[in-house]
Design a protein around this ligand. Sequence first.
Ligand SMILES: [Mg+2]
Length: 192
Amino acid sequence: MFEGIIFDLDGTVTKPYINFPALKRKIGIPPDQLILEHLATLKGAQLERAARILEDCERDAAENSVLNDHFREVWSYLKKQGIKTAILTRNSRTCVDMVLRKHRLTFDLVVTREDAPPKPSEAPVLLISRGLGTPPDKLLLVGDVKYDIWAGKAAGVKTILLTNDKEPDPSAGADWTINSFRELIPILEKQR
Ligand SMILES: [Mg+2]
């Protein structure tokens, strides 16, 4: 049985909201580059402008966030079963706090981009493993993009790709693929 579950935030705990291709266009980032990694190459006024656009977009997403279908049932189930919960996001601490306050959710641990190198690095997953006191092989990570899955796999945790009813990305290589959170509790029950 898993002793802890790590959730991505945007598109996983909350419904997909940020239009990443449009955001990249607005900042001027090539489609095949990641946003935070691109920002790390900028300096001065260019960095300030890009960071402001990103933060405005993230704040808007947090204010308008809607919980993903069946997430609250999953969250209540985990709390009742005594399974630890964590958030791992490339988003900022400020926006995560806004989302959690808005939806009255608590997690045992929240790791944001201020805490560790971002996914797909395995570093933030290992930080959560240490923080929860749970070894990677007792953890499960749920995310909606391949970078979530790659971070989990690199850290040695089992992974679930949540497709939100879209075509799954075969390059993710997750242990399980689900369309919605409705399918998660049966997977956990089978692992008991
Ligand atoms: Mg996501």
